[in-house]
Design a protein around this ligand. Sequence first.
Ligand code: NAD
Length: 363
Amino acid sequence: MARHTVTLIPGDGIGVETSAAMQRVVEACGAEIDWEIAEAGAHCLETEGTPLPDSTIEAVKRNKVAIKGPITTPVGTGFRSVNVALRKTLGLYVCLRPVVSLPGAGGRYDNVDLVIVRENSEDLYAGVEFKEGSEGARKLIDLCTEEGAGTIRPDSGISVKPISVTASQDIVRYAFEYALKHGRKKVTAAHKANIMKYSDGLFLRVAHEVAKEYEGRVDFDDRIIDAFCMNMVTDPSQFDVVVFPNLYGDIASDLAAGLVGGLGIAPGANIGKEYAVFEAVHGSAPNIAGQNKANPTAEILSAAMMLDHLGELEAAARIRRAVTEVYAAGECLTGDIRNLTGSDKPAASCTEFTDALVAALAK
Ligand code: NAD
C-alpha cells in the first residue's frame, strides 16, 4: 500500500470533533496517510488576517488532495464563505454527493442509491451581488429598464445568476462519465428552464446536447426542480445520477440526506481537474459543537471517497463495511440517529461511536 500525504483542514464547530474521529478511523482501516494540518475559518482572522490563509491553499495545491471539516459562515456580515472561496480558488467545479440508505439509520426509505452531481462554480453562488441602494444596483436596475428586460424595485438587493455553456458542459459531461465509470444507467438533469429560459434553459439545452454523445450507453431524462423534489420524497429509487446547477444541487443534497438518515451520514467531495477536497454535506452545527454529540459518519464516509480517489479501494471498502456493520447492529449510534429512529436506547457520544467503528475495523 502506498503512503499518501493529505491536507487536513479540521474547520470549526463540530468539525474539530468529526475530523479527529475521521483520522482515527482512517488510521484503523490500514491506509497509510500522513496528515498535513492546515487551518481555515473565522479563528484564522485574528492570527492571519484572513479566514482562508494562503498557506492553507498552498498546502492543498502541494498535496492535491484534502479533507476538511465544516466552516462557519456568519450570516449577514461581509464575511464571504471560505467554502465558496476554496472551491473557486482551486477550480473545484464538481460537487459530488452519493446518497445511499444505511440499515438502521432511520431513513424514510431503505432503497436509496443515487448520486448528486452539483455544479460548483457559478449560478447564484457566484458571489456576484449588488447591495440594496448601491450605485451598482442602481445601474443594473436602469439597464434592465432600458433593455426592456423587466422592472426591478429601486430598493432591491440583487444577486446575479450566471450559467455558462462551458460550466454546464463540464458538469454534465462529468455526470455522464461518472455514470459510465460506476456502471450507472441514467443521468437526470434538474432545472427550472420553464421560468429561467436564459440560465436554466441554457443548462438544459447543453444537457441534451451532451446526452446525445452518450446515447445507447447511458439514458437521460430531465425534471423541473419542483417536480424533482416531489418525486424524491415519494419515490427516490427512480433516480440514479442527477446533475444540477449549483443552488438546486445544494438544496437537493440536504433533501436527499434527509431521506436516508439526515446530515450526520451524508458524505461529499469537491473535485476539480487538478485538486480534490472531500467534506461532509453538513455545516459546523454550532448548536451541538464541543459537546461530543456530533455524528462523524458523514466525514468518515467522505474519507472513504477520498481513499477511492487515492486508489485505496480496499481500505475504502473496509470503512464502508464497518459503518454498515455498526449501523446494522444498532447498539452504538449517535443522538441524531436515535432521534430519527425513535429508539429509546441511549445515544452514543461521537467518541463512543468512533470506538465502535475502530473495533469493527480491528476484526
Ligand atoms: P448544519 O448542517 O451545521 O446543522 C443543521 C442541523 O443538523 C443542526 O441541528 C445540527 O445539529 C444538525 N447536524 C449537522 N451535522 C450533524 C452531525 N454531523 N451530527 C449530528 N447533527 C448534525 O447547518 P446550519 O446550522 O445551517 O449551518 C451552521 C454553519 O455551518 C453556518 O455557518 C453555515 O454557513 C456553515 N456551513 C458550512 C458548510 C461547510 O463548511 N461545507 C456546509 C453547510 C453549512
